[in-house]
Design a protein around this ligand. Structure first.
Ligand code: ARG
Length: 415
């Protein structure tokens, strides 16, 4: 035991799965410490009372279950949605958004219970260890961090099961799924196991939140999303809390097969990994918000927002939620999206989700300006001078470099 820092009491981010269950006796044995289990309810469909019982049966001195679904939706998911945060253009960041909040819940319990250490169940190869530990550093840098996966001698699931049996931990009889699942209000994600071959299709029976688009109803369904200041506030005219709006929309969009993506992504720790995600509500909300932005944001602000969106996504993916840059970008979005208010009707049909109508009291769309008919507001003669000056640099450049004019039009052969 020499070389190990002394730990009296550790708060463990507990899920109820085999890994974090085995960690309870492992931490007690290795560090001779007390273990407080912390479960954050971020919308995963679990029996939390059963999880609590399992934590205690595994040897935790206490177990705290904290329902943070509304906080998750309001303070984590919706700001990221408003930012248009989508990692590498396709991943809506469900796992990455939950980690900083789970860590925060864990730190709060740790401080309340007088813990001197924090532990998590992430492996040493993934993004999640970084996300948890960056949050710990931001929120409680004085607490010691223990990452059993990077430290223990257990190498396989078989090792873990044997360890669990030796310590009298209940091992569930249901056979393990051939991939890893992470679930919350925003998404269900799958990776590892049979998904590790990016050339092989995901098993069709894997999906939990969405039907196969081929099996979706043959008639389209229209949903109306209401936004205020860039945040969703209503569904089909009914005002809802952030979490219940997402829950309701997940059911509606999932039934139409909306929100599946299957990607190879770049992990922060360097390797590429294959992941499959189901984000039904998120996919609809993102499409609807983009549509409303097009109606209510001026061109420069819209284009600038699109410039920062991938950077915001990187911050979230990299675990930098509690960073000054994220706060600063949210400051920008608070101002840019003040009037992104209105409603968007989205057509859901066999896996697709397409905005088809939109309106806003702050619409910048002016029919008198856009119309091809007669109007008083726009003088077509003004366009002449504008185009002449807009083309000035082009005329100067091609005057100096006449060869770029290249006026030969290639004959199309065949066709
Ligand atoms: N690759 C995703 C991320 O880093 C999801 C990770 C968790 N998913 C899982 N099935 N274990 O955010």
């Amino acid at each position: 035991m020499s070389g190990l820092a002394s730990v009296r009491k550790v708060a463990l981010a507990y899920s109820g799965g085999l890994d974090t269950s085995v960690m309870v006796p492992w931490l007690r044995e290795r560090y001779g410490c007390e273990v407080v289990a912390v479960v954050a309810n971020v919308g995963q469909l679990e029996d939390f009372e059963a999880i609590r019982q399992k934590a205690l049966a595994s040897g935790a001195s206490s177990c705290y279950v904290v329902d943070v679904r509304e906080t998750f939706a309001r303070d984590y998911i919706f700001p990221a949605l408003r930012a248009g945060a989508v990692y590498e253009g396709r991943y809506l960041l469900g796992t990455a958004l939950a980690r900083p909040l789970i860590a925060k819940v864990q730190v709060e319990v740790a401080l309340r219970c007088g813990c001197d250490a924090l532990a998590h169940g992430c492996t040493g190869k993934g993004n999640d260890q970084v996300r948890f530990e960056l949050a710990y550093q931001a929120l409680a840098p004085h607490l010691k961090v223990i990452a059993p996966w990077r430290e223990w001698e257990l190498r396989s699931r078989e090792d873990e099961i044997a360890y669990a049996r030796r310590h009298g931990i209940p091992v569930s009889a249901t056979p393990e799924k051939p991939y890893s699942i992470d679930q919350n209000l925003w998404h269900t994600s799958y990776e590892g196991g049979v998904l590790e071959d990016p050339g092989a299709m995901a098993p069709p029976d894997m999906f939990q939140l969405t039907v196969d688009p081929a099996d979706a109803p043959d008639v389209p369904h229209y949903v109306q999303i209401g936004f205020e200041g860039g945040f969703p506030v209503s569904l089909d005219g009914v005002r809802m809390s952030p979490a219940s709006l997402i829950e309701s929309l997940n059911a509606i969009a999932g039934a139409h097969g909306v929100g599946r993506v299957d990607v190879v992504e770049n992990r922060l720790v360097g390797m590429k990994s294959r992941g499959v995600y189901e984000t039904p509500a998120g996919t609809v909300l993102l499409a609807a918000l983009k549509d409303l932005e097009a109606l209510t944001l001026d061109r420069d602000t819209l284009h600038f927002k699109e410039l920062i969106a991938p950077r915001y996504a990187e911050l979230v993916y990299y675990g930098q939620w509690y960073s000054p840059l994220r706060a600063a970008l949210d400051g920008f979005l608070e101002v840019s999206h003040r009037w992104v208010t209105g409603t968007v009707t989205v057509k859901l049909f066999k896996g697709s989700c397409v905005p088809v109508a939109r309106s806003s009291p702050y619409s910048l769309y002016r029919h008198d300006l856009a119309t091809f008919g007669e109007d008083a507001a726009y003088n077509q003669k003004d366009a002449e001078g504008f185009i002449h000056l807009f083309g000035l640099p082009t005329r100067v450049f091609t005057g100096v470099h006449p060869e770029v004019r290249d006026l030969k039009v290639e004959e199309q052969v065949g066709g």
